[in-house]
Design a protein around this ligand. Structure first.
Ligand code: AGP
Length: 609
């Protein structure tokens, strides 16, 4: 999730473009760059790291002109570096492009272009597009971009400028967000509204499969086949601060609502079109390597550790490999029993958590293979692991992890299916069923988000609770742990999660009149057992909010309130079930007036022991 800005007009292009990037830096801060067209030349300045590094360089190497594009990067393909920073150019330097998204078929296009003599300067998927434009250019930039759009697959918001077309720039959109800012004798393009709010409040929201030609005196919009499109002007009323949060009051709520996109992006290009195979080339494991694994140790902290619990169930079910889920701060000092047939899976959103890194380093010292599942390309975990699976959730700003958790689950499901097929422990037909259910997950998550009003009303009624208990069996227990952590860390309500069958061995003593209990009943095979545990807490006076699948009205007979969630494959149900718990924590924290995005005593990345 990068940030792009483009401008054509009389203002100082550096101020407009770099100023706009500063408003989009929450989208990615691995590197930044600008390209400006003046006197028939395209001048590019880019720098690894925060935008400040680019500004420093621009002080030495100023840009000018009246057409410019800029980019702030969230690395997906290629580590954070000057070479991988955008804008990217073709061999001749006639074209410059910035891109937000993922070009899925970049590897095959790159091979084709290299065979045609193109020389690449970066590891990025994006640079492929610059060379493709060069290769397909027929003197008409508009027609060329239509042709290029037919060759590239994936998600992209892309802006191109060309030496030979100094009075225009072209923007194309598929899946990744893009808006056009409309001005007097000037026009803007950007990934998001904050970048242009200082200059205009009139925008076009570009729809999927649309392109725009921006000139000083106007903007024309078309389909990707070149058919004209009449666009509605949308007048933005947001203030600058809320704009950065996309109009949401907090980053946490924004990130909760980004989960359909985050899940879709994490699946993107990793499931074959016929939903029969998982493609994880970045894993770097051959079939025989996967078959040789006899034990997996998942190592993580906090929410990532909770994701590991779901990963254990998926891997043991599909690949029949025994999995330990280890708390990193314990594991690093535990002298664990590992062999060269053990695989370490280190899960970490930030990629910088000290305990997880230390556990990884300890295992690498012992010659054990370490795979990282992280959300930050270029992080220490990504750099130090033998191989890395990136969760494409985009930057997670709020301390309370939400979209990173659901994308970690998706990465673990993909890995479990990959391993199961390689080891012959998962039948092809079953694999298709799982991959079809995974493919439906973004829609399922969309539907789950519709339960927000019901959860908000529950949270407002229970915001003053002193204790809250979460119960569930199997995967529901794993999700309960995450629900309790979310509630604790931002609402400051004391919360405990329990395997539902364990309550009667002590904790049931804490259940008294009106104590809120959140009961997860999303696993049909365990439903009867879970129900009997719910009856136990009801008998002691608990107020029970039940979560179950649509159609299971039987639960209403026992609990006080029910949240119905779309039915999906039981093993995938954690992705749906966790979202109401994220929302519960959020609305309870808001109702208690807490600083939701920056809760007390906590940090987004715990880089100390
Ligand atoms: C979760 O909301 C917390 N921010 C925290 O528990 C977090 O999951 C933990 O610190 C691990 O962080 P990581 O995934 O970046 O390694």
């Amino acid at each position: 999730m990068c940030g792009i800005v483009g401008y054509i007009g009389p203002r100082n292009v550096k101020d407009v473009v770099v100023g706009g990037l500063a408003k989009l830096e929450y989208r990615g801060y691995d590197s930044a760059g600008v390209a400006a067209l003046a006197d028939g030349n395209i001048r590019i300045v880019k720098a690894v790291g925060r935008l400040a590094n680019l500004e420093e360089k621009l002080a030495q190497m100023p840009i000018s002109g009246h057409v410019a594009i800029g980019h702030t990067r969230w690395a997906t393909h290629g580590k954070p570096s000057d070479e991988n920073a955008h804008p990217h150019q073709d061999c001749s330097g006639r074209f410059a492009i910035v891109h937000n998204g993922i070009v899925e078929n970049y590897l095959s296009l790159r091979e084709e272009l290299v065979a045609l003599g193109h020389e690449f300067r970066s590891e990025t998927d994006t640079e492929v597009v610059a060379h493709l434009i060069e290769e397909m250019y027929n003197g008409d930039l508009f027609e060329t971009m239509i042709a290029v759009g037919k060759r590239i697959r994936g998600a992209y918001a892309l802006v191109v400028m060309a030496k030979d077309h100094p009075d225009e720039m072209i923007a194309i959109r598929r899946a990744s967000p893009m808006i056009i800012g409309l001005g007097e004798k000037e026009n803007f393009v950007a990934s998001d509204i904050p970048a242009i709010l200082e200059y205009t409040r009139d925008i076009y929201v570009m729809e999927d499969g649309e392109m725009a030609v921006l000139r000083r005196d106007g903007v024309e919009c078309f389909t990707m086949d070149g058919e004209p499109v009449k666009k509605e002007v949308y007048h933005v009323t947001w203030d600058a601060v809320s704009a950065e949060r996309g109009g949401y009051p907090h980053f946490m709520l924004k990130e909760i609502h980004e989960q359909p996109r985050a899940v879709r992006d994490t699946l993107r290009g990793r499931v074959s079109d016929d939903l029969s195979r998982v493609e994880l080339p970045e894993l770097g494991l051959a079939e025989e390597d996967i078959r040789a694994i006899d034990r997996i140790h998942i190592v993580a902290c906090g929410t990532s550790w909770h994701a590991g619990l779901v990963g254990k169930a998926a891997i043991e079910t599909f690949a029949r490999i025994p999995v330990n889920v280890e708390i990193a701060s314990e594991y690093r000092y535990a002298d664990p029993i590992v062999t060269d047939r053990t695989l370490i899976l280190a899960i970490t959103q930030s990629g910088e958590t000290a305990d997880t890194l230390a556990a990884m380093r300890e295992m690498k010292k012992r010659g054990v293979r370490v795979v990282a599942i992280t959300n930050v390309v270029g992080s220490s975990a990504a750099r130090e692991a033998d191989s890395t699976i990136v969760t494409w959730a985009g930057p997670e700003i709020a301390v309370a992890s939400t979209k990173a958790y659901t994308t970690q689950l998706v990465a673990l499901y993909l890995l479990a299916v990959r391993f199961g097929l390689a080891r012959g422990t998962l039948a092809e037909e079953k694999a298709r069923e799982v991959l079809a259910a995974l493919d439906d997950l973004p829609q399922v998550v969309e539907q789950v988000l519709d339960t927000a009003p019901q959860i908000e009303s529950f949270a407002k009624r229970y915001k003053d609770a002193h204790d809250t208990f979460f119960i569930g069996r199997g995967m529901d227990y794993a999700v309960s742990l995450e629900g309790a952590l979310k509630l604790k860390e931002i609402s400051y309500i004391h919360a405990e999660a329990y395997a539902a069958g364990e309550l009667k061995h002590g904790t049931l003593a804490l259940i008294t009149d009106g104590v809120p209990v959140i009961a997860l009943a999303m696993q049909p095979e365990l439903y009867e057992k879970t129900l009997s545990n719910i009856v136990e807490v009801k008998a002691r006076g608990a107020f029970v909010l039940g979560l179950t699948w649509v159609g299971n009205e039987d639960l209403e007979k026992t609990v006080d309130e029910v949240i119905y969630l779309p039915k999906t494959m039981p093993l995938l149900a954690p992705v749906a079930a966790v979202i109401p718990l994220q929302l519960l924590a959020y609305y309870a924290a808001v109702a208690r007036g807490n600083d939701v995005d920056k809760p007390r005593n906590l940090a987004k990345s715990v880089t100390v022991e």
